[in-house]
Write a protein that binds this ligand. Sequence first.
Ligand code: BTN
Length: 239
Amino acid sequence: MNVRWLDTVDSTNSEALRRLEELPHGTVLAAREQTAGRGQRGNTWFTAPGKNLTFSIVLKDLPLRAAESIRLNFLTSVAVARYLRAQGIEAHIKWPNDIYVKGGKICGMLIENNLDGAMLGASVIGIGLNVNQREFPQLAHATSMACRTGKEYDLETALQEFLAIFEALLPSLEGEELLQEYSSLLFRKGVPARYHDLLTDREYTGVIQGVEPDGRLQVLNLGTGTLHHYRFKEVGYIL
Ligand code: BTN
């Protein structure tokens, strides 16, 4: 992978999308500072300049149909969890694609796809990984690598180490094992916890069982015995 470091940019995802035609497969745009980082659901991604990793990976001509694009979320989540675990940090995947360590969010991702007919044309995989920031005044549930281990990390080395894991995982994009590993890493899997069913606006105690190949989350309602299959935004975790 070919990493290009930028001092300041609005958002590495926006920059990668603007330059998508010219950027070859495997280009990584990394920013020391983002002035308008973008998060899920139109949120802003705030991060202290120079402290954390904010980068976007450009992938082109992947062997995936548009309907299978969820597999990029599986792959990226597993890669981040594997990287953090290699650093001794017990990371889990909070469905669909946040990475949590002991109830604190350490990493978020924003994956934006361009379609080429029924196939995935190009994808921009944006990752915000909290590395050296130790205080998160406006965020109740945030953490970082430094918070967990007490160490200070070199950002360029951390990025290279993550990318090696990501690249090694890319051939698994089409296989069965990816979903199994993603499911096994789920935050709260097998543990009774409170959920908010956004379809009925009811709260209940349930247990996450796993994830379907199409990305739906399976939660067993312990009160009714019903197995729910949730799409994105149909269920909330009560933290
Ligand atoms: C989220 O959890 O809401 C997703 C956050 C994604 C943030 C990363 S930082 C690098 C890339 N550029 C952006 O503007 N967003 C993503």
